[in-house]
Design a protein around this ligand. Structure first.
Ligand code: GLC
Length: 426
């Protein structure tokens, strides 16, 4: 199959961001943070107060952690040792989507989904029904909070669409389900976003951390705000920066938006996160080949292509499975497209880190700090971590960039939720 070189170059160009463009993104990101904090009309980042500060490290006891934010649901029984350590005593994990059922789409029923969760909670406390547990809920969707318990879902993201949950206090729905299931010894007492959970957990390992990032199915970040202009106590702010929209969209981004559950939302997330990168590649590959691709590429396919050998062995197999044909020249081009999409993703992620780095520093010099990152894209996609580092140096200059250490912090959703449950129980 012949590839039109011009078309290919145009697509690569669409996914390329030069230093100036990246600086503009970082700069508008910082401005959008301020605009969101001031609740200005049209601000694209919700900047949601989490009503929790940084942990002290002395949190102690056994807590339940619920991790609800992707297609895999987890309930953990976690022991906090009181000296910055967390041990998982029991873990129950189950998918919310299989070939037999789908508990997250438009046809799902909220009661069914929460009953499913309540069953898993019951399983996590099986055998210890005589002991009371506080439950911390890592609920990874934009939620407006009035306190640490009361988180109301604003809108679904990441293509979740369960009717009847938007506008509701999610922990009330969980409590009702626990009652229906007769689980009497578990009391949900807190809700945090997964970014907040990662930051809380990271503070146990790296006390200089002020920014927490999720770079996975979705993309979002939080930071510790020590100076709320409305007089609120210092606390962690969930930026919901996946919705950041001061971006030049490529025609592939536009096409992806149009097909998504919420075309006008989550523009940054759709350019960065694992949920969408594969779909972007599908759109680009379909244009290049002139063929319809029924089965979307995934972020895992992109990782496989990036790690492929010089004969493109894996890429050829993926092409055959998803596009119905294989040709070495096309495989090479597909890999270059995959690379362009992944590099753009990582460069934008770096720009989204620089915004809060600048905001936290204000007029002072940037302090040495870790940035806690969890998520499969950061952890597994070849090249992503190096690209972020290089982009940080482009944006901050070598000297300041050397002070910033993005680190992988796994298991934050559990540890962070247990810390929140402990803090809320006091
Ligand atoms: C989406 C959600 C956000 C979450 C992120 C990562 O952007 O809106 O709350 O933190 O995904 O899971």
């Amino acid at each position: 199959m012949a590839i039109e070189q011009e078309k290919f170059e145009q697509l690569i160009k669409e996914f390329t961001l030069d230093t100036d463009q990246l600086k503009t993104v970082a700069d508008s990101f910082r401005k959008e943070m301020v605009s969101g904090l001031a609740r200005e009309e049209g601000a694209s980042m919700a900047m949601l107060n989490s009503y929790i500060g940084m942990p002290k490290g002395d949190e102690i006891g056994d807590f339940l952690a619920l991790d609800f934010g992707g297609t895999n649901l987890r309930v953990l029984n976690i022991h906090l040792t009181g000296d910055c350590k967390a041990e998982v005593i029991k873990k129950v994990a189950r998918p919310l989507v299989t070939e037999e059922y789908n508990l997250i789409n438009k046809d799902a029923k909220a009661d069914d989904t929460f009953d499913f969760i309540a069953d898993m909670v019951a399983e996590a406390v099986e055998g210890v029904e005589d002991k009371k547990f506080y439950l911390g809920h890592t609920f990874s969707f934009p939620s407006i909070q009035e306190n640490i318990y009361n988180a109301r879902l604003i809108n679904w993201t990441k293509e979740f669409a369960i009717p009847g949950v938007e506008g509701e206090v999610v922990n009330d729905l969980l409590k009702a389900a626990l009652e229906r299931k007769g689980v009497k010894n578990v009391e949900p007492n807190s809700v945090i976003n997964d970014t907040v959970a990662v930051l809380l957990a990271a503070a146990y390992q790296y006390p200089d951390t002020r920014i927490g990032v999720i770079y996975a199915t979705g993309y979002n970040a939080c930071y510790f705000e020590s100076n709320h202009k409305d007089g609120a106590a210092p606390s962690i702010v969930n930026m919901e920066c996946g919705n950041f929209d001061k971006l030049a969209l490529s025609s592939c981004d536009e096409e992806l938006n149009a097909k998504s559950e919420r075309p006008a939302n989550q523009h940054l997330e759709k350019m960065i996160s694992g949920r969408y990168m594969g779909e972007l590649l599908t759109i680009a590959a379909a244009r290049l080949s002139g063929k319809e691709i029924a089965d979307d590429f995934t972020a895992i396919d992109i990782s496989d292509m990036l790690a492929d050998d010089e004969n493109s062995t894996k890429t050829l197999a993926i092409m055959k499975a998803k596009m119905g044909f294989e040709c070495p020249e096309c495989a090479q081009k597909l890999r270059e497209l995959a690379k362009a999409i992944s590099v753009r993703s990582a460069r934008l992620a770096a720009a989204a880190m620089v915004g809060p780095i600048w905001h936290i520093a204000g007029d002072n010099p940037i302090e040495a700090q870790h940035i806690a990152v969890d998520g499969s894209v950061f952890q597994f996609m070849p090249g992503v971590q190096d690209t972020i580092k290089a982009a940080l140096a482009e944006l901050l200059g070598a000297e300041d960039a050397a002070k910033i250490s993005p680190v992988l912090v796994t298991g934050g959703s559990g540890t962070g939720a247990a810390i929140a449950a402990c803090v809320a129980s006091k």
